[in-house]
Write a protein of this length. Structure first.
Length: 393
């Protein structure tokens, strides 16, 4: 089928909950994807940060295939060696104690919320000590509860009643954070860089205050690293930039290299909160997904890979800053947002697609989340397309 036939068939059978572009990707290699009509495109979005090793990385694909030929799924009544190896490797690399396996960032965040609230109840026996502070412009998922945790009013519609027990504080506003803490609060949940909220980076003083107040008031600290984790910022975790160790860390997106996974990592007493029957996930710890994830962890455990990643990130940022009509660039590593002058980010996205480049947006900004394996040559090629579009708009 050609692209039009695929799009028509898809739209005839799938609910229209996305504003999709007229592109049907059928294959890919590295940073380049190929559509159903044979056109090749450079990808600066990597499936919204999910294809961390690019398209069809050979080592990753071989590992996934080999695991699928052994066993594709194991019920959570039983154990599996691939999931066990993955869990031990990930907790060791992140300096955490235990994890819960899920399938997405929203599911990982649901787990984090449950752990924070149960831990509070276990310790205090207070059914009212359940409030979780999150940040304005945050994004934590699309389930009813993670939408409730999301500090963007545009998402708080249609699906009433939303889960109670959340309050929102402006990012980097220390007085507002202090004022929000009362006897009902049990946790603070935050992204070090707000991806969907506009690629906004938290300030070090604000992060330090979160942890100081959490210690003072016995609150759980929950870092949502669904988008920022797994090398995206140039470090294994964004927390490494801020020199803090949250009690609970959520990961997803790039962790599986393109397969669905979400994990909730825990430290100390938080690792023992969930007991049999208090939480579950049918597909959590799927061995095929874990096999792909082990390849991602192997790459990220190589200091040379991370060192080169930081260099490429600096090169990508400076190239983006040099483009015409780019007013400023925010973010860290290969998670960058560009504020534009004289062109809407949504218009740039469409124009770039026509020229053979895939990019993303975040509110008013152009957003770039290229594969961690992108080459300097591919960066240059993509930037040339952006330059051409910006000069002609």
């Amino acid at each position: 089928m050609n692209s039009k036939e695929i799009i028509d068939q898809y739209n005839s059978a799938v609910v229209q909950s996305y504003g999709r572009l007229d592109l049907a990707l059928e294959s890919g290699s590295g940073t380049r994807g190929t559509d159903a009509d044979g056109r090749t495109l450079i990808d600066f979005g990597s499936g919204i940060g999910t294809n961390s090793l690019g398209y069809a990385d050979s080592e990753w694909a071989d590992a996934v295939s080999a695991q699928a030929h052994r066993v594709q799924h194991v019920s959570n009544y039983y154990y599996n060696s691939t999931a066990a190896e993955f869990a031990r490797k990930l907790t060791g690399m992140t300096g955490t104690d235990k994890l819960f396996f899920g399938n997405s960032g929203a599911e990982a965040n649901e787990c984090a919320i449950k752990i924070a609230r149960k831990r509070s109840f276990d310790r205090y026996g207070d059914r009212n000590r359940t409030t979780i502070i999150t940040l304005v412009n945050s994004f934590h998922g699309r389930t009813v509860t993670t939408l409730s945790a999301t500090g963007q009013e545009q998402f708080h519609n249609y699906f009433f009643p939303f889960t109670p027990g959340f309050k929102y504080v402006e990012a980097n506003n220390i007085p507002a954070l202090r004022e929000a803490i009362d006897p009902t609060v049990c946790a603070v949940m935050f992204e070090f860089i707000q991806g969907e909220g506009g690629v906004n980076v938290l300030e070090q003083d604000f992060v330090d205050e979160i942890f100081a107040l959490a210690k003072q008031h016995d609150l759980a600290t929950i870092s949502d690293e669904v988008q920022t984790g797994m090398g995206r910022t140039g470090r294994l975790l964004a927390a490494d930039y801020f020199h803090v160790k949250p009690d609970i860390v959520t990961l997803a997106k790039g962790l599986g290299g393109g397969l669905p996974i979400g994990v909730c990592l825990t430290r100390g007493e938080y690792a023992e909160v969930l007991t049999p029957g208090t939480h579950g996930s049918t597909f959590g710890g799927n061995p095929v997904v874990c096999a792909g994830g082990l390849v991602v962890l192997k790459r990220l455990s190589d200091p040379a890979f991370l060192a080169e990643l930081e260099k490429k990130a600096a090169y990508f940022r400076s190239s983006l800053e040099a483009l015409p009509k780019v007013k400023s660039v925010t973010g860290l590593g290969l998670m960058l947002g560009a504020e534009l002058d004289g062109i809407a980010a949504s218009d740039l996205l469409k124009a770039a697609l026509e020229k053979g480049l895939l990019v993303l947006t975040a509110k008013t900004k152009l957003r770039c989340l290229p594969p961690l394996t992108i080459s300097y040559e591919q960066i240059d090629a993509g930037m040339e397309i952006l330059k051409e579009v910006l000069e002609n708009e």
